[in-house]
Design a protein around this ligand. Structure first.
Ligand code: GLU
Length: 278
């Protein structure tokens, strides 16, 4: 069956070889009969820059990729994410969390130890059972808050869930590993987990391809699909490309950017090869 795939970078820097691998992987998975979508995940207004979005288009075109127009930019769709949040909140599945990061650290230190999830220590649930009077007082005082998903309540509502990874096979969803994830913050009113799940559904993506570093996140995405009544795509979490010493290439490790390779005289074919595509 022809697939609809996507590459969904965040414009927080220049694309590197790992991104090239991911983009080429998604385009190849769509093949000539399918559709390949590019999506710009620019909800984090402090880290995303328009010049990096322009560079993404330029670098991918230089690599020889083509994609459908128009390109969805998440920053233009906050109203859609808000509607999904309202629906979850209306069903009592979200709660406001007034904790600062420092407060959470202190809570965890006081408890002695906190179980760790894929994104670090699990939120200890401080604000989950706050009484209504206290909440009302804090809202009235204009205290900033995040919205967290009550994962235990949400999984009780959906019952057991599964999803399919093309490499590792059928997975039983285990969203509890993350604890009560944040779905919106004051400065970023919709989170990665919410936006990516909603957009993959809205854009009709049938096969989500992305690096295996995001494998665990799919457990949360599967839960959100069930809560928001969204279709469930297949997943293919691909291996991450590594340098000669076996170290993962990521931005923070100074992976060569596509443009630095281009400026050094590499050809698109040469860079595709470095990214694992002959
Ligand atoms: N925007 C995410 C990133 O750049 C990738 C999202 C995804 O593929 O699910 O890391």
């Amino acid at each position: 069956m022809p697939e609809i795939t996507r590459f969904a970078p965040s414009p927080t820097g220049y694309l590197h070889l790992g991104h090239a691998h991911s983009a080429l992987f998604a385009a190849r998975a769509a093949g000539s009969g399918g559709r390949f979508i590019l999506r710009i995940e620019d909800i984090d207004r402090t880290r995303c820059k328009p010049e990096f979005t322009a560079a993404i288009f330029e670098d991918l075109a230089w690599l020889g990729l083509t994609w459908e127009q128009p390109v969805r930019k998440q920053s233009k769709h906050f109203y859609q994410y808000r509607a999904a949040l309202d629906s979850l909140r209306g069903r009592g599945l979200l709660y406001p969390c007034f904790c600062t990061r420092a407060k959470i650290r202190a809570e965890i230190a006081r408890a002695g130890a906190a179980p760790h999830g894929p994104e670090g220590p699990i939120y200890p649930g401080t604000c989950r059972n706050m009484n209504e009077g206290e909440r009302t007082w804090r809202f009235a005082a204009g205290k900033p808050y995040a919205l967290r998903l009550d994962v235990a309540r949400a999984t009780a509502a959906t019952g057991p869930l599964e999803w399919r990874d093309r490499v590792r096979g059928t997975q039983r969803a285990a969203p509890g590993r993350f604890g009560d994830v944040v779905l919106a913050r004051k400065e970023t009113p919709a989170s990665y987990h919410l936006c990516v799940t909603l957009d993959d559904a809205l854009q009709g993506v049938t096969l989500v391809t992305r690096g295996e570093d995001l494998f665990e996140a799919t457990h949360i995405h599967r839960l959100l699909q069930a809560l928001l009544d969204l279709p469930v795509p297949d997943y293919h979490h691909h291996g991450l490309i590594r340098d000669d010493a076996g170290k993962r290439l990521a931005k923070r490790e100074q992976a060569p950017t596509i443009r630095s390779l281009r400026e050094a005289g590499k050809t698109p074919k040469g860079v595709r090869k470095m990214a694992g595509f002959e």
